[in-house]
Design a protein around this ligand. Structure first.
Ligand SMILES: [Zn+2]
Length: 409
């Protein structure tokens, strides 16, 4: 069943106040290739984009990881995002050797989010191989572990280390059915269930992933995940782009995180959001590869791209339901939005003419008409982290980011 529509936007004096947006899928370091990976000059396929992304991933050190994430998160906060699910897969040094402090890159990323004032769920990625029968290559050496127990040990270390910060959670994420074998999926399922952790995976983003899964398992990705028992209320399928009808139905009890700005940029295709909604999948959104950081754009793209795909209007959600999907992202990453609040400037040109009364019309005006430009203040757990449209610590964050970026320019 669809999310229950409740109205979302409050009036506080003149200002418009929203309860928060979660971005349930993020790779913060990919902010570094925004504008550098989109056109024929940079190659023209998903796989040429991946080569660009791997170039950055293969050179990051812990200070870079902090600097890139610190700025990416400052921008997210300024755009009205208060919680992020970070799908974290660069773990080891450039030769593939674990750091003496095994979770140094994950910890740097969590610190970046907390210094920016955001809530974060660090989804520690499990990665075993380039594909079935193919060992990790080049940059992937930084992603892989020799066995799943070692990787799960890092999840426990992170859980222990961040236990006392209520704005931090840890989860785990088998990268995809391409990158891990079935026994790793089963181990992830049991580990997440035993500790009640969020369990995320990239699912059916590219046709090649489906072909490889069929060749290895004789099953499509969602069929495999279903058969192995990974699907359910803790599971978040990221993308879910290329599904057959029975696969959309199988995701009915799970979350689906759609990342339209990234999926458009990469030419992934468009998911059948209507089928997922009808199946009862809980829809949420993610900024993913940072082609955009605007949560308003990500949310309304769920509806607008479905209109493009189907040739019909009002196919998935009205404004209130879209804003509700921004909140569903908190549950997808195991966090709550208590004390989170976004204040929009009623004088923002896109909001001129908004109705005075709270209700479905005001929600539609904000969900379909507003952009991140209107965000004036952001509070996370009651704490002011963006004021006057400026995220806290912006100048230092920008300087460190630009200095890291110069190395790849
Ligand atoms: Zn991703």
């Amino acid at each position: 069943m669809a999310e229950r529509a409740v109205h979302q936007v409050r009036r506080a004096g003149d200002a418009l106040v929203l309860p928060g947006h979660a971005s349930a899928h993020s790779h913060a370091f990919q902010r570094a290739i925004r504008g550098r990976s989109h056109t024929r000059r940079d190659g023209a396929s998903f796989w040429s984009w991946r080569a660009q992304m791997y170039r950055v991933a293969s050179e990051l050190d812990p200070d870079d990881a902090y600097a890139l994430a610190r700025f990416a998160y400052a921008e997210l906060a300024a755009c009205g995002v208060t919680a992020v699910g970070e799908f974290h897969y660069v773990h080891h040094d450039p030769s593939g050797t674990p750091y003496a402090d095994r979770t140094i890159l994950a910890d740097a990323t969590i610190r970046a989010a907390r210094d920016a004032g955001l809530r974060i769920t660090l989804l520690r990625v499990l990665y075993a191989r380039a594909g079935a029968g193919r060992p990790a290559e080049d940059a992937q050496r930084r992603f892989v572990d020799p066995d799943v127990e070692v990787a799960l040990g890092d999840v426990d270390a992170l859980v222990g280390r961040w236990r006392d910060d209520p704005c931090v959670r840890v989860g785990l994420a088998p990268h995809s059915v391409r990158a891990v074998p079935a026994p790793w999926l089963e181990a992830a399922r049991d580990f997440a269930a035993a500790r009640a952790l969020p369990l995320h995976a990239h699912v059916a983003e590219q046709p090649r992933e489906i072909h490889e899964c069929l060749a290895e398992h004789g099953r499509r990705p969602v069929e495999l995940l279903d058969e192995l028992g990974l699907l359910g209320e803790r599971f978040v399928a990221v993308h879910a782009t290329h599904l057959r009808a029975h696969e959309a139905r199988a995701l009915g009890g799970s979350f689906v995180c759609v990342c339209r700005s990234t999926e458009r940029d990469l030419g992934d295709g468009a998911p059948d959001v209507s089928a997922l909604r009808d199946a009862g999948a809980r829809l949420c959104v993610g900024v993913d590869g940072y082609a955009s950081s605007d949560p308003f754009e990500e949310l309304r793209a769920l509806e607008l791209d479905e209109r493009t795909r189907t040739g019909a209007r009002q196919v998935v959600a009205d404004g209130a339901e879209l804003l509700q999907m921004g909140l569903a992202g908190y549950e997808a990453i195991g966090l709550t939005a208590d004390g989170d609040e976004i204040t929009l400037d009623p004088a923002d040109l896109a909001l001129v003419g908004a109705p005075d009364a709270e209700g479905p019309l005001l929600d539609d005006v904000v969900a379909f008409g507003a952009s991140a430009r209107a965000v004036r203040q952001v509070r996370v757990a009651g704490e002011l982290v963006v004021d006057g449209g400026v995220p806290r610590g912006l100048d230092a964050a920008r300087t460190a980011y630009e200095s890291a970026l110069r190395r790849w320019a």
